[in-house]
Design a binder for this molecule. Structure first.
Ligand code: 13P
Length: 251
């Protein structure tokens, strides 16, 4: 039985004032309702201290949106995995499609970040997913497998026992177009089968989140699919009532 995980990805959004209201409402609700799922919010680095101050002692965890493949040192602008754990982050996103597409992150670079996160004791949330052109060309499986294989080659299948995978079709991100539960399930099953080829037990325990225009209105039907173990939520994670309803759907 896999415990569901709902992860918010604020992306490059937030200001102290608005964050305080959002985080406080999340903290109060989670403490009161004791959801049977795990909840984490991946906030921009400047706001990690604020997340820590408000969420400490509540069931809600917090994490980063990216991490350097390097350890501390002369890497201007980078944030190390050790800095994230210093702020008591539990999770970090790696290989989000926006980082792959806009900041040129390669499969190998993502694999290096995954290894750095794991090495510091963070749970990496490895994002994979195909573009619309790739889906239309019928190579969704190939793309997702290639992205996963880079991590398997670098860290080995045992590493996935301490990680989470998020399937985020690029065409469904921020577009309002959600993959149907069946479309998502098909890719989730493919990811699990790929991991099972290397280790069936790791595959059975691996949480695979769906991301891409998840909202309160469609969360329950997505989370009801056998291989969907929660969600990675962008836009809707910025609206307290929406995000809380999504957590309730997973709980
Ligand atoms: P949206 O939920 O805004 O589509 O974003 C999904 C996403 O990219 C989460 O990482």
């Amino acid at each position: 039985m896999r415990t569901k995980l709902v992860a918010g990805n604020w992306k490059m959004n937030g200001r102290l004032h608005d964050n305080a209201a959002l985080l406080t409402s999340l903290q109060l609700t989670a403490t009161k309702l004791k959801w049977g799922c795990q909840v984490t919010v991946c906030v921009p680095c400047p706001y990690l201290t604020q997340a820590r101050a408000i969420l400490s002692g509540s069931p809600v965890m917090w994490g980063g949106q990216d991490v350097s493949e390097h350890g501390d040192g002369a890497y201007t602008g980078e944030v190390s995995a050790g800095m994230l754990t210093d702020l008591h982050c539990t999770h970090v996103l790696v290989g989000h499609s926006e980082r792959r597409a806009l900041f040129g992150e390669s499969d190998q670079g993502v694999a290096a970040k995954f290894a750095a996160a794991l090495g510091a004791g963070l749970v990496p949330i490895l994002c994979v997913g195909e573009t619309l052109a790739e889906r239309e060309a019928g190579i969704t499986g190939e793309v997702v497998t290639r992205q996963l294989d880079a991590v398997l080659a670098r860290s080995g299948v045992a590493a996935l026992a301490k990680a989470v995978v998020a399937y985020e079709p690029v065409w469904a991100i921020g577009t309002g177009k959600t993959a149907s539960p069946q479309q998502a399930q098909e890719v989730h099953a493919l990811i699990r089968a790929r991991v099972a080829r290397d280790d069936a037990a790791v595959a059975g325990g691996l949480r695979i989140l769906y991301g891409g225009s998840v909202k309160a209105a469609n969360a329950a039907e997505l989370f009801a699919m056998p291989d969907i173990d929660g969600g990675l939520i962008g836009g809707a994670s910025l609206v307290a009532a929406e995000f809380i309803a999504i957590c309730a759907a997973a709980a």
